[in-house]
Design a protein. Sequence first.
Lengths: 385, 279
Amino acid sequence: MKQTTATSDIARPTVKMERTGDQLQLVLGGDWSLKSPERLHAEAVLADLEREPGVKLIRCATSEVRSWDSSLLVFLWEVEEWCKNRQVKFAEDDLPKEISSLLNLATSAPEQQTGRGSTARHSLFYQLGSWVLGKIDMLIAAFEFTGECVISFQRILARRGKVDWRLYWLTLQECSAEALPIVGMISFLTGLILAFVGAIQLRQFGAGIYVANLVAVAMAREMGAIMTGIIMAGRTGAAFAAQIGSMKVSEEIDALSTLAISPMDFLVSPRVVALFLMMPLLCLYSDLIGIAGGAVVGAGLLKISLVQYWNQTVGSMGLTDIVIGVVKCSIFGVIVALTGCQRGMKCENNAAGVGNAATSAVVLAITWIVASDAIIDVLIEMLKI
Amino acid sequence: MISESSSPAESNSATSSPSRTTPVIEVRDLEMSYGSYVVMRDINFTVLKGQVLVIMGGSGCGKSTLLKYMIGLKEVTHGDVLYNGKSFVKASQEEREEVQRTFGVLYQAGALWSSRTLAENIGLPLEEYTKLSEKEIRELASLKLSLVGLKGFEDFYPSEISGGMRKRAGLARAMALDPAILFFDEPSAGLDPISSRHLDDLILQLRDSLGTTVVVVTHELPSIFAIADTAIFLDAETKRMLVQGDPKVLVKEGPPKVRTFLLRGQEVSAPAGNKQVSA
């Protein structure tokens, strides 16, 4: 079949077949190396074997093999598998001891398939179906978690739930004073951008002063709340998910549960309450800074005096606008805290799980913030507030 | 098989001072599953007061899962777990929490609360379930820490100490409420042989001086022979619990699979051979 042609230092691996009756001898030779430029694949030889009917026994002669590594092993292993499938005897005894012992290891009883972590491939419909079911489960889990949180508040108010008060104060600090710089910067820029957009349009009609109205109402009703919500989702929601997730991975949550301390009371409720209380304040701060951003454009671009701008702003918005924004922002706070904590509690028990929990907490929180904002706006419109 | 500890048992809990032969823990026909996939079925065993039970078995056969079922971290769907004759599974939430308060659990990696110092870690259960003053709690925490050889580490955070120390601190926390039953999840995993030996000694000392019932999940042979009064073997292949008994007896007279396990994979001939195993 294939002949040895020793051209360089590395000789080509070769296999010759010698048939005697119902026995077949594979005479192997050359260098069997994964590094050699020409390697011999078992398929070719197996295809030749298929054309030899009535073979009962296969032997291997390895005396001509000059060197070998895994490439010879994989070849023999496949030949042996082939023999096993076709009830042909494979004479392992002829092989050198090192090779036969390795082959023995490879063909010995495999680890039991446990049924866990099956990697079977499924059709598109199956995948689509399980994706939808997964999303429905997620939605149900979110509502369940909200319910558990309400029950936890009841327990705490009845003084039966153990709360980590230090965590509560830390969270208060983390989502108030420590959030001021970033919320301030983003709000200032948001106000600035709103004013620019308005200025370009309104200047054409000589109505530049109405930039103040635009910025004030937009910041108070929408942008202040949304921007604060999104910043806190990225900043605090992700942190909640990662903190709780890593506690879950290191079994710290289990340790709480077995002490009959509810993780909901101890870890989740203080975070939710802290964010719920601080978000309105952040929202007011954001409104104010946003209006300041608008004023900068008004003064710089439209040459409106600051007093005039302020008077226009105060005149343009009512208390309702501010209240609507503040209420929205409280709701966003609850959304951010709940999604962060829920993703953390549902975190998978490994390091990658913590990362996934943080990512999905942010994505979910932002989605819910925008969706609930739209719902609230529609409700307000319907109720004519 | 029953321990011969002399000091009176300090019952401090829902345990209404059961006598030496009362089963403290009874597991009946327990079935463990992940969703619809059954990991292990027909688990039956009892642990008497002051005994050390070792849950043995190969990696991934569900030893730690069994522990989670026993301490209520996983909901039992089939079978029953009884503590002092009372069903833990059918108990109401309050009753269950009451029983849980008599548990001390040492988790695989210690599971200390990372945002709290060691003293605060030990203090938390005391804060929650006793009316002690802050000073008393601090003193008790120091005592428990010195019991596990961590005197002077009260104000360290878990991240500042080594894995073995974390494990010992976890034990100190597990002992905070003077539990009636201590559960250990792979206590010697990740410990050097000497630390592991110290931990074994500590477990036995606790058992002897406090009359604590101990449940240990481990596959460390030296530990098994050193501490176990009784042991159960979970077999992943048949998905069943094979046997309950003293490992020193099991190694000579147990089922072949258990003997192979206890002899570190040595093939065993069918009936009890004449192998001498020093325990």
